[in-house]
Design a binder for this molecule. Sequence first.
Ligand code: FE
Length: 146
Amino acid sequence: METPRPYTYRLADGRYTVSIANRARVEEAIAAACRDLNIRSAAVSGIGAVDEATLRFYNPTTKRYVDRRFEEQMEIAALTGNVSEMDGEIYLHLHVTLGRADYTALAGHLLSARINGAGEIFITPFGAATPRRYDPETGLNIYDFR
Ligand code: FE
């Protein structure tokens, strides 16, 4: 049986408005939309709500990410990021600010999150490729425009 798409979308003026299905994972739905719609380079933004999220913080001294999982209802106050390519695969770089019930905010690199409510995402494709490569100096996969 075919699995249903974790999103629906509409294309207007070269931009995609994507609605992520309730209980779907944010990063998986955005990656699926990029694969299905052949988007390989874009800006991403969005709002919505999640009930579970794993954020990561990059420590430039150790060159390691520290991950932390939060299980509570949170507003996606701001999701921002980009779509690029690395080694021929779609590569998402997403950051998020999440609002908690007490109106404080969590923020960081978004590793994974599950929608609980709405997931309203806007994808603006670029007309040129944005490849990445591993940079040993920073330990990060950075844009490679050389
Ligand atoms: Fe990041």
